[in-house]
Design a protein around this ligand. Structure first.
Ligand code: MG
Length: 384
């Protein structure tokens, strides 16, 4: 029996994880859950899984949560970021699924790592902003980071039992997002509603917008650099609309290994929970005869400049990836609130990157400062 904590349990990944854990009641115990403010769903999850404790980031939501439970549950409640970090000190925790979105996952991630626990990492922004330091700490504290992002999980699985020095390049696959086939003119007046209709994956809003701009793939390039110690120029993005191949690795003898499964996040989540074991499940197998063909294309970097911006930030290294990510988080938020046009996202991110004075090999305070600076700068450029 393993003790699991899920951070961000009310998000799309958190929900998929709980759906999966329901099928393994003897293998896993849900010890703790967390949400930013969705206490209505959290209360339902508490009734179903009976965790010992929860953490709620938003203080007003804590009051609502206590009212919802009306004293019927003795679940312990941790409040705010300090509460969340304190919750993670429980020595009985075996694995933590980190499924909070955005750079706010950084402090919890470092906390889990510094306790030498296993992290099932679904968040990519923390690794993008602070990859060098995160990987350093993981080595120092012997914490294992198992990626949950479907592409990184695929690469991780393809590399099991292989020596990393034989790795030639990584093919990072991308469905292409909901706007793949739109013309450049159509992109000018694209609406939030159109962007949120993703053809393959049902995900949270932030990552769905990132999929549409291809920033998501850009962040994944940076994530893969850190996880697998590969240079950006050795990572190639391939558009693969069926989203059946979740990524591939090529070795120096030009042999390629790919990982395939049906398009369901429960596959990478399960592997991150059960690794190094594989467990039988109720998920759908790939049906090749129904699929018939798999397609591949190069990404259109002109139509989707965010991918190119991410490659540049990756090569510049230092605080640039952190600035890229922070500016993008502000832009996505403004886009979702109708304060910025779709094509404004790459424009603002590029401006912020141009204005940034890069720091190489930053420490945590420098990262946090660059993050804060980039957010202010992006807000200034967008205005209002
Ligand atoms: Mg992904």
């Amino acid at each position: 029996m393993q003790n699991i904590v899920i951070l961000g349990s009310t998000g799309s990944i958190g929900e998929s994880a709980l759906k999966l854990l329901k099928d393994f009641p003897r293998e896993f115990k849900v010890l703790g859950l967390s949400t930013r403010a969705n206490v209505e769903l959290l209360a339902k999850q508490v009734k179903l899984f009976n965790p010992e404790y929860v953490s709620i980031n938003d203080l007003a939501a804590v009051v609502r949560f206590k009212k919802l439970l009306k004293g019927r549950s003795n679940v312990k409640v941790y409040e705010g970021m300090d509460g969340l970090l304190a919750m993670l000190e429980d020595k009985r925790i075996d694995r933590v699924l980190l499924a909070i979105s955005g750079a706010q996952a950084l402090l919890p991630l470092l906390k889990i790592i510094r306790q030498g626990k296993i992290v099932a990492l679904a968040n990519k922004e923390a690794l993008v902003a602070c990859g060098e330091l995160v990987m350093q700490e993981a080595r120092k504290f012997k914490s294992l980071i198992i990626p949950v992002d479907s592409e990184q999980s695929a690469i991780w699985q393809c590399l099991r039992g292989q020596e990393s020095r034989y790795l030639n390049k990584i093919y990072l696959t991308a469905s292409g997002g909901p706007l793949k086939d739109k013309s450049a003119a159509a992109l000018k007046k694209i609406t939030v509603k159109e962007v949120l209709k993703h053809p393959r994956w049902k995900m949270g809003k932030k990552i769905t917008v990132d999929s549409a701009t291809l920033m998501n793939k850009g962040l994944e390039v940076i994530e893969a650099m850190h996880l697998f110690k590969v240079k950006a120029q050795n990572i190639e993005v391939v558009i693969h609309p069926e989203a059946i191949i979740h990524s591939m690795v090529e070795f120096r003898d030009k042999v390629i290994l790919a990982q395939l499964s049906d398009t369901d996040m429960r596959f990478p989540i399960q592997y991150a929970f059960t690794y190094p074991e594989r467990m039988a499940n109720n998920l759908k197998p790939v049906d090749f005869f129904k699929l018939k063909s798999l397609n591949f294309a190069a990404p259109d970097m002109k139509k989707f400049p965010c991918l190119g911006l991410a490659y540049t930030a990756a090569q510049d290294a230092g605080t640039m990836p952190c600035v890229l990510n922070a500016a993008n988080e502000i832009c996505v938020d403004c886009f979702l609130r109708g304060k910025l046009k779709f094509l404004g996202i790459p424009q603002v991110v590029e401006k912020v990157l141009t204005r940034h004075k890069n720091f190489l090999h930053p420490d945590l305070p420098q990262i946090l400062e660059a993050d804060n600076w980039a957010r202010c700068e992006a807000k200034k450029i967008i205005g209002g």
